[in-house]
Design a protein around this ligand. Structure first.
Ligand SMILES: [Zn+2]
Ligand SMILES: [Zn+2]
Length: 398
């Protein structure tokens, strides 16, 4: 079995992909498009080819739709899935994970014994989630091989060439944080955690110690965490920076964004965090981090449109569509709020709701400016929002 390699050097690398980054509940409102609305799910492929999944939030469905079984064709070695805890946002993608319905796949699930459920807690949670009348088929429809393992908070174990350490975090009904040490680099995944419990805080630092990537709960602002959201089981960018510093973590990733946090608000949190710590990212759907290409070095890739957006670029665009009155129009404009799924475009014309729009954009890429052709549908028109122009929400179909 072999894992990902660096194309330039041929060195084996560790690849961490973000499929869901939102906390508590999925969001679909346009103001959250850019960072993304799916709930927690990360994919991790180690240099030895071992495939891990962290949490089964709604991002798991998207991961499943791009699924390639580890090891390539013909062989389907197992995938190891760590579930931090049983709140909806961390399990809801499970029934929609297509690879579970294929006999040739094998999954090993790891989570802790809940005092509310006892033995095989995670299995019970999944079975209950799919029981009538909550879901049309029960878990027996999932023909993939499934094994359920119980992990207690003080444990470490090996899978392939990788070492896994689990510790309890401070969260209502319990939660596990995981540290995955791979030959390509170390990832600490500690979401759904509230600081303030001395013993658990020390264990969190243990998980984060010297980590290359420290993915930490940053749901609330420091002000919320100190007042209205105290005791809700979450953390802030400021706490993440504090732990990253003390533990000597190299890069902090702000994660588990609040469903009420718009992209602009998360931009603001990221800006503040970057003033206090050198290497900080705000997790966004589609982000891929590659570790181990060179010692102490990592690369983060956003899908091209998001990357461009991080440079706060604006795109000149030509938009063709049909007006409310049924007339074809063509208009030059600038696209500012751009995500993989869609964009908000300022237009003098008022396109008809649900009509098709053609957007031709010039985007800066690695090899110079490229022309990007996108087709989408108008999902929202706010008349006269900016200097008499209409704000038009578009969802891209290709
Ligand atoms: Zn959560
Ligand atoms: Zn939770």
């Amino acid at each position: 079995m072999s894992g990902p390699v660096n194309r330039a050097t041929g060195n084996p690398v560790t690849k961490l992909s973000f499929w869901g980054v939102r906390g508590s509940t999925p969001t679909v409102d346009p103001a959250t498009w850019r960072y993304g609305g799916n709930t927690p799910c990360l994919g991790l492929t180690a240099p030895d080819g071992t495939q891990f999944i962290l949490d089964c939030g709604t991002g798991l469905r998207v991961l499943g739709s791009r699924w390639t079984a580890p090891g390539g064709s013909g062989r389907n070695p197992e995938t190891h899935i760590f579930v931090t805890h049983y709140h909806w946002d961390h399990i809801q993608g499970f029934p929609f994970f297509a690879p579970l319905y294929a006999e040739s796949n094998e999954f090993h699930f790891y989570s802790f014994r809940s005092k509310h459920l006892g033995r095989d807690s995670l299995k019970q949670v999944f079975e209950t989630q799919m029981a009538m009348p909550y879901f049309p088929v029960n878990m027996s429809a999932m023909t993939a091989k499934k094994r359920f393992m119980e992990v207690s908070g003080g444990e470490s174990f090996s899978i392939g060439e990788n070492k896994i350490i689990a510790r309890h975090l401070n969260h209502p009904q319990g939660c596990l944080g995981f540290r995955v040490e791979t030959p390509g680099g170390t990832i600490a995944y500690t979401t759904d955690n509230e600081p303030g419990d001395a013993k658990l805080d020390a264990e969190l630092e243990e998980l984060a110690a010297g980590a290359d990537i420290f993915v930490n709960d940053a749901q609330y602002t420091p002000e919320q965490l100190a007042s209205t959201r105290k005791g809700w089981g979450h953390s802030s960018w400021q706490e993440g920076v504090r732990v990253a510093r003390r533990a000597g973590a190299k890069t902090l990733v702000l994660f588990h964004h609040d469903p009420d946090s718009t992209d602009r608000m998360i931009d603001g949190l990221l800006r503040q965090a970057r003033e206090e710590f050198d290497s900080v990212f705000a997790a966004s759907e589609g982000m891929v981090v590659t570790l181990g290409a060179a010692p102490g070095h990592f690369e983060a890739h956003m899908p091209e449109t998001r990357m461009a957006l991080r440079r706060e670029a604006q795109f000149r665009a030509e938009v063709c569509g049909i007006t409310e009155g049924g007339h074809a129009f063509k208009e030059e404009t600038v696209v500012r709020d751009l995500a993989l799924q869609g964009a908000l475009i300022s237009l003098a014309h008022c396109p008809r709701l649900q009509s098709e729009l053609q957007v031709t954009m010039e985007t800066p890429g690695e090899g110079g400016t490229k022309t990007m052709q996108l087709r989408g549908y108008v999902v929202r028109v706010v008349a006269g929002e900016k200097r008499g122009k209409n704000a038009v929400g578009v969802v891209f179909t290709d």
